[in-house]
Design a protein around this ligand. Sequence first.
Ligand code: NAI
Length: 364
Amino acid sequence: MKTSDIQIAFFDTKSYDKAFFDAVNHQSQFGFDLVYYTSRLNERSIRMIEGAHAVCVFVNDELDTSLLARLAKMQIPLVALRCAGFNNVDITAAAHHGITVVRVPEYSPWAIAEYTLGLLLTMNRHIHRAFNRVRENNFSLDGLLGFDLHGKTVGIIGTGKIGRCFARILQGFGVQILAYDPFPNNTAAQELKMNYVPLDRLLAESDIISLHCPLTPLNKYMIRAETLGKMKDGVVILNTSRGKLIDTEDLIEALKSRKVSHAGLDVYEEETDYFYEDRSNHGIEDDNLARLMTFPNVIVSSHQAFFTREALRNIAETTLENILAAMPYMDEDMRQLAAAAVNKLQAMTDSEFSEREFILTDEE
Ligand code: NAI
């Protein structure tokens, strides 16, 4: 079997996914047969992929027991997630059906950490409102009063790759950093001057709280009325992790009572029907999402913290490497080809790599 005989079915594909995956597939000479579908993977769309050897999915494709059973029945042995989080795949069911699940554990923690800081600076200095205001020739400053970050306390929940990048970026701001993680990293704590404390203390003492932990069955709604009640009045909440870490209705109440002064949300607990889609011709049926967007001190963005050129290239490279490494049909020739492709990719500088021709092709 040649790599060109291996068909990978992509779901929930956007033009940028296609551009970066085609560029990597072509420039590395992986040479897979990549087939792109815009729909999500579900009970209906799964019918299209007879003959595929792997599926490649994203954050909002829900792979539950029954969908995984269908994949097993179709003898598709591999699910490649082109993202870090895997809360949307029933891992136990996948193991039960003998399906391998691979993901991209790290593609650019900086992308997410830098975006988190962007949300914070935009909100605390009202830059989003200033941008709109001056465009209407309104140059007044009323309502735009911000606060210095210098001297404030930032609480980081989850000090993995992204949480640590965020702490590193904060080093220049003169803030005190409190951290909570069930698995503290003492070397990082020393280097980044982070003080690990119990969660309740972090909640009580932080002016800004930023979530950087995965969503697990244990921490759903870790930010809810009870935990919000333990926080300082006027606390700033940042969530670039997963929507279900926050009980949105409780957050709305806390925004109404001004317990929470600002919320920067790149994720939302019911984002699946909205994020990544152009819904400008439809109303928003989700009352909580609509309510959140009425607050001038809330920024909602469409799960875009990962969205940098560097991250998309890394995602495409790691996903195709993962597929090669996990594919059961590999023979020795293919393994050698895979190793050559991976070496070629690793040697390719940013200026040598280009997704542009694929973007143009896609738009034509
Ligand atoms: P990581 O695996 O390197 O670190 C996660 C850390 O969270 C670990 O240190 C772990 O011990 C800790 N943790 C686990 N449960 C916890 C809890 N209940 N309370 C506090 N800490 C806990 O993961 P990484 O790469 O830093 O990513 C973090 C999360 O960011 C991902 O799980 C994903 O949900 C989200 N993410 C969001 C993106 C976006 O575009 N908005 C893109 C990529 C990731």
